[in-house]
Write a protein that binds this ligand. Structure first.
Ligand code: URA
Ligand code: CA
Length: 433
């Protein structure tokens, strides 16, 4: 087989066979196929698309390019959850203990944040002492006893994706549905869970800027998951504005604690129920999404979910006293209000730009090497649809410097106040096939 012939075949809109796709992924990963040929291939995929069969073969080839984690020592059905990217997305911190508290098994590998999107590991590390790197033996023991652990990636998961993603990033081929679907699902499949719940975000803060594309991505990933033997469901969610009120690592831990105590922001709580219900059904702890939701509501309102969070923090070496007194986590030197400049209604809170403002304060990384400041971030007091009066605070900026003119300017550019506006719908659909 010659790569040039395969590029031509895809360029002309033909379907590649399983053997051809395996050839491409294996030989790109091992360095035989050079970046310039792979770049041409990616652009051909971008324009010509792939069939479900091609995407599935590509996903499996990428998943098998490195370690495939064996979670068979863990009891029960292991459910995983993945978001295609958000701002202020605190759901994993809440869902892991919430879903575990009703008996589902959550053995989750999470990632770090980059750019305007936050990462669960960074948030968890805002809890003093919390360890995201634990030995395989400890991991198995903790999950078998307690049903939940959230850790960093171990092993060499989907190296084909690492290489491909870096190439896509510099060849304008990131926002392609077959390429995103195979990238995400290859990592999920390699991470070993039996069942996968996907939060496919849409809006300014997401890869998929419109709902139709998000739905197609969701259907594609659900089908790949099932073809790979992993029961999979998806939720299409709105990410035009940040989720919940907190953006930033410590602030989101506090938000997670409040939510687990039954005092969370309405949109975040609703997202947790939507995703959590799917996780509980896939874990076979409830027959219907409605029954699962009732179990989760009970766990949240009875304090069972919060107790599970404390257990998880303790098991992973975290300081439980900060979970009981979360104000201990609010250590930023300055809390600066951002007053509204006029009366009206919040029309827009542009998620990605607000995420960038939080990153500029130190809450996120511009490059992989950047250090994170866990204490900084933003607390939104107004969301889209809310009425606001001139001088009233739109949000509190948690900062370790008073020199934040650039951050304030970016925020003002991305909070639009105008006439009455509807609150945007949070969910755009539930995809189960
Ligand atoms: N997240 C991924 O892991 N891969 C993509 O291609 C897009 C989002
Ligand atoms: Ca949040």
């Amino acid at each position: 087989m010659r790569m040039v012939d395969l590029i031509e075949k895809k360029r002309n809109g033909h379907e590649l066979s399983k053997a051809e796709i395996l050839f491409i992924i294996e030989n790109y990963t091992n360095g035989t196929i050079p970046d310039y040929q792979m770049s041409a291939f990616l652009m051909a995929v971008y324009y010509q698309d792939m069939t479900d069969e091609e995407i599935t073969e590509m996903t499996l080839a990428m998943a098998n390019s490195g370690d495939v984690i064996d979670l068979s020592k863990l009891h029960g059905i292991k459910v995983d959850k993945h978001s295609t990217g958000g701002v202020g997305d605190t759901t994993t911190l809440i869902l892991a203990p919430l879903v575990a508290s009703v008996g589902a098994t959550v053995a989750k590998m999470s990632g770090r944040g980059l750019g305007y999107t936050g990462g669960t590991l960074d948030k968890l590390e805002a809890i003093p002492g919390f360890k995201v790197e634990i030995s395989d033996e400890d991991f198995v023991q903790i999950v078998n006893e307690s049903h939940v652990a959230v850790i960093g990636q171990s092993g060499d998961l989907a190296p084909a994706d690492k290489k491909l993603y870096a190439l896509r990033d510099v060849t304008a081929t990131v926002d392609s549905i077959p390429l995103i679907a195979s990238s995400i699902m290859s990592k999920k499949i390699a991470a070993g869970a039996d069942a996968i719940v996907l939060d496919v975000t849409t809006g300014d803060g997401a890869f998929m800027k419109n709902i139709e594309d998000a739905k197609r991505l969701a259907h594609t990933m659900v089908r790949i998951g099932k073809l790979a033997g992993r029961n999979t469901m998806a939720v299409i969610s709105d990410m035009s504005q940040p989720l919940g009120e907190a953006i930033g690592n410590s602030l989101e831990v506090v938000e997670a604690i409040n939510t687990l105590k039954g005092h969370g922001p309405a949109d975040l709580v609703e997202m947790c129920y939507a995703l959590g219900s799917q996780m509980v059904v896939l874990a076979e702890k409830a027959d219907t999404l409605e029954a699962a939701r009732e179990m989760l509501e009970e766990a949240l309102n009875s304090g069972k979910a919060f107790e599970k969070f404390k257990e998880m923090v303790q098991n992973q070496g975290g300081d439980v006293s900060v979970i009981e007194q979360p104000e201990k986590l609010l250590t930023a030197q300055y809390q600066i209000e951002l007053p509204a400049l006029k009366d009206g209604y919040v029309n827009r809170l542009v998620a990605n730009e607000i995420g960038i403002a939080a990153m500029m304060l130190g809450a996120g990384r511009k490059t992989k090497e950047d250090e994170i400041d866990h204490s900084v971030g933003l607390m939104l007091h107004k969301k889209v649809g809310d009425q606001v009066k001139a001088g009233e605070s739109l949000m509190t900026i948690y900062s370790n410097t008073e020199d934040i003119a650039d951050v304030k300017e970016l925020l003002y550019q991305n909070v639009t106040i105008g006439g009455p506006t509807e609150e945007p719908p949070l969910l755009h659909g539930i995809i189960t096939d």
